[in-house]
Design a protein. Structure first.
Length: 113
């Protein structure tokens, strides 16, 4: 995946989840300590669990991670996407995006967190 390669070239250790449910299992494990993540990038539309659902679970169970969450979407006109953007303070990366835009946003969030 281009996103993974871009972030790895920047020196980041990258973990991928194949769907939203697997991402939640990694971010909010059923047993053991929750791992540390400097940044989380998810799509608004994912199989198993949407970006909106992931946001709500993090808000309830690991709210500190919300300041490290970037949501990517190619859908900014649907009511679901517009509602998500209105009710959250998460940065939204609108697809398609330039890798330079991604790098800039990643550095801004990591430095602020």
């Amino acid at each position: 995946m281009a996103l993974r390669r871009c972030l790895a070239r920047e020196g980041w250790q990258v973990e991928e989840a194949t769907d939203g449910r697997k991402a939640l299992e990694r971010l909010i494990p059923a047993t053991g300590p929750a791992p540390h993540f400097d940044l989380i990038i998810c799509d608004l539309r994912m199989p198993g669990c949407s970006g909106s659902e992931l946001h709500e679970r993090l808000k309830a169970e690991r709210p500190a991670l919300l300041r490290r969450l970037i949501v990517a979407t190619g859908d900014t006109v649907s009511e679901e996407a517009a509602d998500f953007v209105r009710r959250t303070s998460c940065p939204v990366l609108q697809k398609p995006f330039e890798l330079s835009e991604l790098r800039s946003l990643v550095h801004r969030i990591v430095e602020a967190a």
